[in-house]
Each structure stands twice: as C-alpha cells, then as structure tokens.
Design a protein around this ligand. Structure first.
Ligand code: M6R
Length: 612
C-alpha cells in the first residue's frame, strides 16, 4: 500500500530517495518523509502530510545531505494522514528510525508491554510501536541486527520495513512479511524498495525478499537471512522492465496512456500463445495443471475490484465455452466464511499487482484445502505469482494509474486464452468455431486502435455530463460485468456516484432513481440480447432518463432511442467485453479530467491494497 525506498552508496541519497518515492506514489500518497544520515553521522528526519512534491519543495537540501537514507510515501491505515503520523517513525529517544508498510495486528498488546517499560508514544500508529520494540531489544542486546530480528519474531501481522540505528549508522536493515520488498544491487550502491520501479533508474539487478527474510545492507554489500537467523543465499535477478514503460510518454495522465495502449497490451497478452491457423491456445504456465483443470469439479475465481469484474466475465466464458461450473468470489469475503473447497477444485486468483492482501489470503486459504491454484497476474515476481501452483502473466506492462484499465482488458484476454485452451481439450461444440475466434482475435487490436483514435468523440459526450451527480450503468450477459466496471471507473476517479446493474434488474428497484437528470449508460451491442435491451431503453425513456447507448457502428436503429451514442466496432461475443469497456474507460477519464480531478491518484485510494 505504502512505498519504501532506501539508499546506501556514494551519491547524495536525498534526490535518489525522492525520485524513488515519486515512482511509488501510486501506492499511497497522503504523506511522505525521509531520514538522511548526514556527514556528522546524525540521522535527520523530515516528514509531512501531502504528496512527495510537497516534501521535496519544503525540505532543506543543504542540511539533508548524506550518502545513506530511507524514505516513505504513506496511505493511512492507523491514524489520520498528518505530519506526525507520516513515516519515518522514531523511537522515544530518536535512536532507531523505521519506515513500514503493512499492519502490525498485535500492536496494542506490544504497546501495553512497552508502556509498562515506561515507553511514551507520540502517535496512534502501529509503526511507532514496532520502532520502540526494536529500541527495547537494542537496549538489551546492543546489536541492531539482533534487535530487529527479536522484535520481528514478536510481531503478528504484515510488514515490509527499512530501518536505521544511530549507533550503527552505516547500515540499513530491511525485512519482509506479507508486504513486498526488494534490494536493488548497483555499482557501489544498494537500494531497498517496495517496488522495482523505484530502483530501475539505478540498477536492473534485484533480489526479492521472501516472507520471513531480512537483509542487512551496508556500503560494502548485503547479507540475507531469515528472522530465525538462517543464512539465505540468493542470486540477484535481472529486471526486464524499461524506465520508459513507466513514464507518461506525452499523455496528460498515466490512465490516459494506459487506456490508449490497449491495442498493444492485449497483443502482448496473446503473443506466442495462440496458433492462428487452428485457433488452438497454449499457455506454458498452465501445462502442469491442464489435466487437473480438465478433471476439475468446478473452478472458483477469486479477486477484488476490477479483477473481480474480469472474473465475472471469465465465469460466462468458461461456463459457456467449456461447460465447467464456475463460481466467482470476492477475495475479501472468501476466506472469512469458511468456504467449502474440494481438493479437485481449481482456484483462479486474478490480480494486477499480485500483492492484494485479500486476494493473497484467499489464495492461501485455497492452498490449505489442497485445491489447485492458478494465478492471472501482471506484476512479475509478485507474491501471488510466486505462491500459486501454476499461472499465466498477462504482460500488460506496468500499470501506474490507480484506476485499472489495460490490466482489465489483458485479464480478459488471458481468460479468453484459457477458455480457448480448455474448449479445444473438452471438445465442446462452439457457437463460433475456434478458427473464426482466432481470426477475430487478429482483428481485435485494429478495432481497439480505431476507438482510441476517435477518443475525441467520447470526450464530447463526457463534456455533457461533467456536472452529473449520479449515473446508472446497465448491461446484460457478458456486458453486465462491463457495466459494473464502467461504474467503478467513474466513481473512483470523478467521485460521481455510479451503479452498475444487469439491465433487466433495473425494473426491480433502480428504476425508482430515474428522472430527467439521471444519465444511464446502456450497453447495447447487436447480439441476441439486443431486442431486450431496446425494451430496457424504452423503460428508461418513459421515465425521462437520459440514455447514453454504447452501440455498434452499423446500428442505425439506436438513433431512435438514444440521446447520446458511444460507437464501438462489432465483434464476437467472447471479445465484446474487451471492446465495450474501452469507451467507458474514456468516458470516466474525460469526465474526471474535465472536473479537474486528480485522475492518477484519486483521493483515498491506493494502487495496490496490501492491507485487509
Ligand atoms: O492489484 P489487484 O488487481 O489485485 O487489485 C484489485 C483491486 O484493488 C483493483 O482492481 C481496484 O479495484 C482498482 N482501483 C480498480 O480500478
């Protein structure tokens, strides 16, 4: 959720840490801070509520100068966003400094014990408890490494931490449990970060810490061990990521860039995985579980937010084309309701970041029951990607905008590939042959590009609705999850209330909301549900609602019903959600941008929700 950067080397640490924090701001951005070891061996801390840019503007660069330091950008969990609650946190006597991602669940217990030892607390945060616990153990051991180790064994919950000690100022200690952390190994410099994007400018060599591991980093190198004190030997791996891939590339916002990239990103998802002469899909990462997938009692797809919407589309695809029963579960609910999971179930977890705490917990629950687990993940080397039995990367590239866009269409494309792979093996009689599906797949990037190129048309519709207070999104079948996704995108970035509904459900309640001020986005492609959708539109018109129809280019009839039209190319049902979501992404993007909202960093949200 929050972001961590640490630096130790020969250069001035502050600009490197600030630069890294900016790259991590998408993880959390309600406050930020740094601690720098200056030339007089003093640890100086500066932190404040607000964005990294505020920190950068206000910090005295002459004073905060030195070759070692740690920094943090925060998304509040315990305690409001404020200067005092910002990280780094320090022990009562300022000798130990800590930045922390995650949640210490037993912090109240630990805090009460420390209060009995006369510790005083300035904040409500769990992090201040941990830093004082390290201090307490340092007082007993006079060994920083040992103090961290002992403290972490007492902690319940999750953490990614980096910390420094006034009495051993030449080192940074980093540790991880449930919150991602890595070490970037450069030439005569080492970085610690919660995300590779923070180190990419300096090195491509990284070592991901595993849960329960810690690293002691000094100018002369690093050592890895478990918190149980067992030495760990692991080679650095090479990052296959370009800095350009995580920059805006001339667009006003990352979100716009990411929407516009989708003709390319979906190709990256299917490249090398489909034979266009036969329509047969092959996913290398799933080969070891293919037999189990074919014999499975049922599939359970579990995920959160946008990834959950992708799962709902996947349910339609897999049930319809492969005749395998599929259930879709919110990961955040799944583990808490003692789910019935059989060893011959297949659990598919979908996650852009691969770090979402709820999704990870659902995955671990499924593993406990002996089910086969499969991941559909974007971030390579992420925790979920590493913990699943088998999986497929969506290869959408780094997604920086908090509102997920290109990851959604690539998740859908991965589900298409899984569907095609299983449909072939199951020999199901398909409505569209494998070959015709593969041929349409080849046309898909061109169709997406056509929509991207005419995005000004979508913008014109957006301009009309910048002041709306509420929206309804309606769709049927495959397009119901697309309606949910359209509504989520709008809420997230423009703060306009929006709800998605199956179109036929409207008359069972939401119809009461309709009046002359209510815009209703209705997904109305020329498919077998078309006549029914037209009836739904008529119900809306009869109540004076404003109809924004998402309709195919060739549909002339829709002009008789709709007030505004978002035109999309026609495609086969299997690909319709990928096509249809794109104008909805543009609509929400432009509405938010016109309203002057902070599109890439909407209030209260974080890109990757690594707390429950
Ligand atoms: O990284 P994940 O795909 O696991 O994230 C799941 C959700 O937190 C995420 O999709 C969230 O809903 C986005 N902000 C949607 O735009």
């Amino acid at each position: 959720m929050c972001g961590i950067v640490g630096y130790i080397g020969k250069k001035n640490a502050l600009p490197i840490i600030i630069n890294g924090l900016k790259r991590l701001e998408y993880r959390g951005y309600d406050s930020a801070g740094v601690t720098i070891l200056n030339n007089k061996n003093q640890l100086l801390t500066f932190k404040r509520a607000g964005k990294v840019a505020d920190l950068e503007k206000n910090i005295n660069k002459d004073i905060f100068s030195g070759d070692t330091g740690i920094g943090h950008t925060r998304w509040a969990t315990h305690g409001e966003p404020s200067d005092i609650n910002a990280h780094p946190h320090y022990s009562s006597d300022d000798s130990i400094i800590l930045v922390h991602n995650g949640i210490i669940e037993n912090y109240k217990f630990l805090k009460n014990n420390l209060i009995k030892e006369n510790y005083k607390f300035a904040t409500e945060t769990d992090t201040e408890v941990l830093v004082n616990l390290i201090h307490f153990n340092y007082a007993n051991t006079k060994n920083f490494e040992k103090a961290v180790q002992i403290s972490l064994t007492a902690v319940e919950g999750t953490y990614g931490i980096a910390c420094m000690c006034k009495y051993e100022p030449d080192k940074i200690i980093a540790a991880r449990k449930g919150s991602p952390l890595l070490i970037g190994v450069g030439i005569e410099e080492i970085l610690v970060a919660s995300d590779p994007s923070a180190v990419l400018n300096y090195t491509k060599k990284v070592i991901y810490l595993e849960d329960g591991e810690m690293a002691v980093v000094t100018k002369s190198g690093y050592g890895l061990k478990t918190i149980e004190d067992i030495q760990v030997l692991r080679e650095a791996e090479e990052l296959d990521l370009l800095q350009g891939e995580i920059e805006k590339g001339g667009y006003d916002h990352f979100m716009l860039k990411e929407i516009c990239e989708q003709s390319e990103t979906i190709q990256n998802t299917y490249r090398g995985r489909i034979n266009f002469d036969t329509g047969v899909a092959k996913l290398g990462g799933l080969e070891n579980v293919l037999e189990k997938m074919l014999k499975a009692r049922r599939f359970i797809i579990t995920a959160c937010g946008t990834a959950w919407h992708a799962g709902l589309v996947g349910e339609h695809m897999i049930e319809q084309y492969c005749r395998i029963p599929v259930e879709v579960e919110y990961a955040s609910e799944f583990r808490y309701r003692r789910p019935i999971i059989y060893p011959d179930d297949i659990i598919i977890v979908i996650s852009q970041s691969g770090e979402t705490a709820d999704t990870l917990a659902a995955l671990r629950e499924a593993k406990k029951h002996g089910a086969t687990t499969i991941g559909i993940v974007n971030v390579i080397g992420s925790t979920i990607a590493r913990e699943v039995e088998a999986g497929t990367y969506i290869h959408a590239g780094p997604e920086i905008g908090v509102a997920s866009t290109k990851a959604f269409t690539s998740q859908l494309m991965s589900l298409v590939l899984i569907t095609l792979m299983l449909a072939k093996e199951k020999n199901v009689k398909l409505q569209d042959s494998l070959l015709s599906l593969a041929e349409e797949l080849k046309r898909l990037p061109g169709k997406i590009q056509k929509m991207v190129d005419k995005r000004e048309e979508y913008k014109k519709v957006a301009e009309k609705f910048k002041d709306s207070k509420n929206f309804l999104y309606l769709g049927r079948g495959y397009n119901f999850p697309v309606a949910l996704e359209g509504a989520l995108k709008l809420k997230e970035i423009s703060y306009i209330h929006a709800e998605g509904y199956p179109a036929a459900e409207m008359k069972h309640g939401p119809i009461a909301l309709i009046d002359k001020n209510m815009p209703i986005v209705i997904i109305a492609p020329l498919d077998r549900t078309y006549d029914k959708i037209i009836s739904n539109i008529e119900e809306v018109k009869a109540r004076k609602g404003i109809v924004i129809a998402l309709a195919n280019d060739e549909d002339e009839n829709i002009k008789n019903y709709a007030d505004y039209i978002l035109r999309v190319p026609k495609t086969l049902a299997l690909f319709a959600p990928i096509i249809n979501v794109i104008p909805l992404q543009f609509l929400s993007y432009y509405i938010a941008a016109i309203r002057g909202c902070d599109v890439d960093q909407p209030r209260n949200l974080a890109k990757s929700v690594t707390v429950e």
